[in-house]
Design a protein around this ligand. Structure first.
Ligand code: MN
Length: 215
């Protein structure tokens, strides 16, 4: 097949314990999947979670340049589901859904999409992909995020409103979820502001770690 130019290359992520790489397809995010985070954002925690997307170019495994046009960059630590063949869960990672909260707030006020609040170069830092063994229950996983060594977020995936299997069910009923897709599954409470020079460490204790600086 003739193409007028080379297709853009896929983002590839390391897979723990393997030389293989995980080819990223689409990046989806779940909004307000923890009641305590919905409350801290001033939203009725009985409303169901929902989905939004980030372009795959937001994914990064390195340091993050402080983005333009914001004075309120915030961290959201999240369990990331890595989708395998036939809508299975291939593995998971720890990720941070970086957000320009001031831009997002103005978008909410004006009924506009969250796109520019959520999407900028480096807005989706992620660890290596940890393959799961059999039908491991991801609800047992914990999430932590430290800024300059100080604990800011600590939560349990057991507090998710939609569990990982429920997220997949909700999505496949509506869209063609594919192998390679990543799903940021929502953040527990404790989101907050970060600035240039900050060192972020996000973990799923004993399983996954992600460290990066805001430069
Ligand atoms: Mn989020």
């Amino acid at each position: 097949m003739d193409l007028p130019f080379q297709p853009t290359e896929k983002v590839l992520l390391p897979i723990h314990g393997s030389d293989a790489l995980f080819p990223v397809n689409q990046v989806y995010c779940v909004g307000r999947n923890y009641a305590a985070h919905a409350r801290e954002m001033g939203v009725d925690d009985r409303k169901p979670p929902f989905f939004f997307t980030k372009p795959s170019w937001t994914i990064t495994t390195g340091d993050v340049k402080y983005p333009p046009n914001t004075e309120d960059l915030q961290h959201e630590v999240e369990l990331v589901l890595a989708v395998g063949e036939d809508v299975s869960i291939f593995g998971f990672a720890v990720g941070v859904d970086l957000t320009r909260r001031d831009i997002q707030g103005r978008a909410k006020e004006n009924g506009k999409p969250w796109f520019s609040g959520k999407s900028f170069v480096g807005s989706a830092p992620i660890s290596e992909i940890i393959p799961i063994k059999g039908s491991e229950d991801l609800s047992d996983l914990e999430l932590t995020l430290k800024v300059n060594g100080e604990l800011r977020q600590s939560g349990s995936c057991s507090d998710m409103i939609w569990t990982p299997p429920e997220i997949l069910c909700e999505m496949v009923a509506d869209i063609p979820l594919s192998q390679g897709d990543l799903i940021f599954s929502g953040t527990p409470a404790g989101v907050g502001r970060i600035q240039s020079g900050d060192m972020i460490e996000a973990t799923i204790p004993d399983r996954a770690i992600l460290s990066f600086s805001i430069i």
